[in-house]
Design a protein around this ligand. Structure first.
Ligand code: CTP
Length: 400
C-alpha cells in the first residue's frame, strides 16, 4: 500500500494554469500521511491563492528568498534539509529551464540547488511547448541528474488544444511520491523508545547521573520514523537535537521514566529501552542544599526499578529490546541480561572501546536474540540504528 507516513514534502508550485490544482495535490499527499510545506514562485502566485495553500497545508507558504522573517523561522537551507522529497507540480517550462542551468534567483530554484532530498518534476504546459526539442533535452538532462519526471497526461488543455502536457492527476503525483519509499513492515506500528540518562536528586542542586548523550536513541527514533512507525520518545537527559516528528515526553529520574513508560506501554508494538537508567538513587533527597560540614560524606543509595524487566513481565507486552553496556565478557553478559530480563533482543555495546558507544558519534554492536548473535560493524550511530531497526523488523514483524 502507498504510504507517506512521517514523510516531509516540499511542494513547489510554479507558473502554470495547472497551479489551481496544487491545493488538491497537498491534500492527496496529506491523505497518505505526509507533512507538506509549499513554496510558490511569482508565476505560481498568479494562478493559485496563497491563502488556500496555507489553509490546506496548515503551514505558512514560502515565496520569498529575501524574506528576513521567513529566513529566521525556516530559511531556504532549513527547508532544503527538512524535506525528504521536493515535488515541483506544476513545473512550468521556465522553471524546468532554470533547473537545468542551476539558477538560484528565487526561493524554489535555490532550495532545489541546496537540497539532498529526492526531486520530482511534474511538467504542465501547452502541448507544443512540451513537444519542443528544448523541453525534451531539458527533461533528459534533469533525468540524468537523478530527478524523477512525473509524465504529463494527454487530453484537453486550458488553451483549448488537445495533446500531451496536462499536469498528471494529483492522486497519481501522490502515489508516485509514495512509491519512492519502500513500504516497511513497521509502517503504522507503535514504537516506544526510552533514551538519555536519568538524574537522581541528592538535594535541590545536586544529582547522580551518567554520560549518556541520547545519540543512539535519537538515531533509532529517526530510523523508526523513516520506517513509518508512530514513534514515542521518553527522554531523559540528552545533548542531541530532538526528532520533532515523534511524540516527546520529558522525564528526569528513573522513577519518572518508569511511570511514563507504564502509562504508554499498552498500545505499543515495540519497546526499545535505550536509556541509561541509573540503577540506584539516593535513599532520601535532601529538601535543602547539603552543607559541607565534614571532609567526607556518605550517601545511602537504594535500587531503582528495572524498567525493561518490569515491562517484560507484563501479561500483554510489546516486543521488548534492551541495550547492554558491557566492558568484559560481552556476549556472555548480554545473553545473561536477555534471559534475566526476559526480553526478546539485546543490543550489545562494548563501552570499554574508545571511539564507539557512550557519547561518541559511532557505534559497533551485536544484536542478540534467543537464536541469533549478529555483529553490526562499526559505523555512524544513524547507520547502526537503521540496521538494528531493519533486523528487528525482519525478525519480529515480518509475518504479522
Ligand atoms: N534498564 C532499565 N531500568 C533500569 C536499569 C536498566 O530499564 N533500572 C535497561 C536499560 O535501558 C538497558 C538494559 O536495562 O536496556 C540494560 O542496562 P545496563 O545498564 O546495561 O544493565 P543493568 O541491568 O543496569 O545491569 P548492570 O549495570 O549490572 O550491567
Amino acid at each position: 500500500m502507498s504510504d507517506l507516513t512521517n514523510k516531509r514534502i516540499v511542494l513547489g508550485v510554479s507558473g502554470s494554469i495547472a497551479a489551481y490544482k496544487s491545493p488538491d495535490i497537498v491534500r492527496r499527499l496529506q491523505d497518505l500521511g505526509a507533512e507538506v510545506r509549499v513554496i510558490v514562485t511569482n508565476g505560481g502566485r498568479e494562478f493559485v491563492s496563497e491563502r488556500s495553500l496555507q489553509t490546506i497545508s496548515k503551514n505558512k507558504v514560502h515565496d520569498n528568498l529575501w524574506d528576513k522573517e521567513a529566513e529566521l523561522a525556516m530559511g531556504h537551507i532549513e527547508l532544503a534539509k527538512w524535506a525528504d522529497v521536493i515535488i515541483i507540480a506544476p513545473a512550468s517550462a521556465n522553471t524546468i529551464a532554470k533547473l537545468c542551468h542551476g539558477r538560484a534567483d528565487d526561493l524554489l530554484s535555490t532550495v532545489i540547488l541546496a537540497t539532498e532530498a529526492k526531486i520530482m518534476i511534474a511538467p504542465a504546459m501547452n502541448q507544443h511547448m512540451f513537444a519542443s526539442s528544448a523541453m525534451k533535452d531539458n527533461l533528459q538532462l534533469l533525468r540524468k541528474r537523478g530527478m524523477l519526471i512525473i509524465e504529463p497526461g494527454f487530453g484537453e488543455q486550458a488553451c483549448g488544444d488537445i495533446g500531451e502536457g496536462r499536469l498528471a492527476e494529483p492522486s497519481e503525483i501522490a502515489k508516485q511520491a509514495a512509491d519512492l519509499f519502500t513500504s516497511s513492515v513497521l509502517s503504522g506500528k507503535n514504537i516506544l523508545i526510552t533514551l538519555g540518562g536519568t538524574k537522581e536528586s541528592i538535594d535541590p542542586v545536586r544529582f547522580i547521573s551518567n554520560h549518556s548523550s541520547g545519540k543512539m536513541g535519537m538515531a533509532l527514533a529517526h530510523a523508526c520514523i523513516q520506517a513509518g512507525a508512530k514513534t514515542t520518545l521518553i527522554v531523559g537527559s540528552i545533548s542531541v537535537n530532538i526528532e520533532k516528528r515523534a511524540e516527546i515526553i520529558h522525564v528526569v529520574s528513573a522513577d519518572d521514566m518508569y511511570k511514563a513508560v507504564m502509562k504508554k506501554i499498552k498500545s505499543q508494538d515495540l519497546f526499545i529501552s535505550c536509556a541509561a537508567v541509573a540503577d540506584f538513587k539516593p535513599k532520601t533527597t535532601n529538601k535543602h542544599k547539603i552543607k559541607k560540614t565534614d571532609h567526607s560524606m556518605t550517601i545511602k543509595l537504594t535500587e531503582n526499578k528495572d524498567i525493561l524487566a518490569s515491562v517484560c513481565q507484563l501479561e500483554t507486552r510489546p516486543i521488548c529490546v534492551g541495550f547492554a553496556a558491557e566492558t568484559e565478557n560481552h556476549i556472555e553478559n548480554a545473553k545473561i541480561k536477555l534471559k534475566n530480563k526476559m526480553c526478546d533482543a539485546i543490543v550489545l555495546n562494548d563501552v570499554s572501546k574508545t571511539g564507539i558507544g557512550l557519547n561518541s558519534n559511532d557505534n559497533e554492536v551485536h544484536l542478540i536474540t534467543k537464536n541469533l548473535s549478529e555483529k553490526i560493524e562499526k559505523n555512524t550511530k544513524q547507520i547502526i540504528a537503521e540496521k538494528i531497526i531493519d533486523k528487528l523488523a525482519n525478525n519480529f514483524f515480518q509475518s504479522s
